[in-house]
Design a protein around this ligand. Sequence first.
Ligand SMILES: Nc1ncnc2c1ncn2[C@@H]1O[C@H](COP(=O)(O)OP(=O)(O)OP(=O)(O)O)[C@@H](O)[C@H]1O
Ligand SMILES: NCC(=O)N[C@@H]1O[C@H](COP(=O)([O-])[O-])[C@@H](O)[C@H]1O
Ligand SMILES: [Mg+2]
Length: 429
Amino acid sequence: MIQPRDELGTAMTDSAQKILLLGSGELGKEIAIEAQRLGVEVVAVDRYANAPAMQVAHRSYVGDMRKTDFLWSVVERERPDAIIPEIEAINLDALFELEKDGYFVVPNAKATWIAMHRERTRETLAKEAKVPTSRYAYATTFDELYEACERIGYPCHTKAIMSSSGKGSYFVKGPKDIPKAWEEAKKKARGSADKIIVEEHIDFDVEITELAVRHYDENGEIVTTFPKPVGHYQIDGDYHSSWQPTEISEKAEREVYRIARRITDVLGGLGLFGVEMFVKGDKVYANEVSPRPHDTGMVTLASHPTGFSEFGLHLRAVLGLPIPGEWVDGYRLFPLMTPAATHVIKANVSGYSPRFRGLVKAQSVPNATVRLFGKPEAYPGRRLGVALAWDRNVAEAKKRAEMVAHAVELRTRSSGWHQQDYERRKHLL
Ligand SMILES: Nc1ncnc2c1ncn2[C@@H]1O[C@H](COP(=O)(O)OP(=O)(O)OP(=O)(O)O)[C@@H](O)[C@H]1O
Ligand SMILES: NCC(=O)N[C@@H]1O[C@H](COP(=O)([O-])[O-])[C@@H](O)[C@H]1O
Ligand SMILES: [Mg+2]
């Protein structure tokens, strides 16, 4: 079944053919599709029925992945060759136990444990990988939060210690915002707000994700291959649009690869990581890391060759399949096929069974397309699809992606038709 290749991770062999996806959203759906194309059996798990990846999987299970017993019951029944976490809310004790039992957790249980917690992530980045980050401090009481903000200086960011997509975070402009920051962390954190991290605000030119892939090369050595950095634009801590390549200096680009290599070497294992960074001039700061494909990396569905999107790359690393790359100045680089961009399609109404229209208009935009995820329920702010566009230059691709996203209208069983609010944003200037 699972063949250990070295102490950092394991790779599936030619005969190993079943993956278990823990989390079945839009990112898992694309992993499942790539797996189907390579003849790999797919078992999808999530907290609700008919999740996107379940719609393209061989089998699926619904349950609470924060519960050890539920996870073990699925794993013992399915005996997968690789367990691929797709979200953060998974019982970590179970992942460690499964790994000890010989199961291949992607990239490994420790990386997943580090990445789901901001303090563990920050200490790993700043102290183990020793890469530049924003200045930071921690607080557990309201008074400590006040002191930490004063020490870091204004403006600063406060973030619940376990959360994601900007939930429980606050941009603190001055001392009067601190009560609100405290309340946001306590009320909106997706995981835990027992502690709050306060971070110096980095006035970046652009923020990027480096989709570094750790995989075996033809000599059986683990190497890291670096796709071109993905630029992205966030609204309220949630991804809004992304593009590849991005407008950073050559020096900054090399620093991006250096930082991504240091971080992923510390995390270890096999698979693709989304290393988030802020770039200001030639200076690069590490922010956080996903030990799995990243939402902003959906742009690779258009910018990379078929089968080699970030999802294909993740799977190829897991399966031990070759990944092309060219050595340039000590870094193995993955070739970009075309400049491309994405723009999210989000719900602005609630209800079951979302339906779309405007697709003829959307699909009339040349060099562009949409991916609708098939989520069975909508609520304001939920991502239901993404527009993809490609062109000879990124600026044109960005415009097309936005045109497509804004042409799509949504309704649910209980609402009328709604278009995405049109607003020309900073990322198009
Ligand atoms: N120190 C900072 N300086 C400047 N901008 C920041 C800083 N921290 C966060 N941001 C902004 O807020 C966004 C969300 O922050 P971050 O990625 O740390 O949190 P998150 O909620 O965990 O997001 P994710 O969904 O990626 O897990 C960043 O992408 C960036 O736009
Ligand atoms: N930034 C992480 C991210 O993009 N995760 C993606 O969103 C899904 C959850 O969506 P939902 O909240 O709409 O169910 C996850 O399953 C994953 O695919
Ligand atoms: Mg982030």
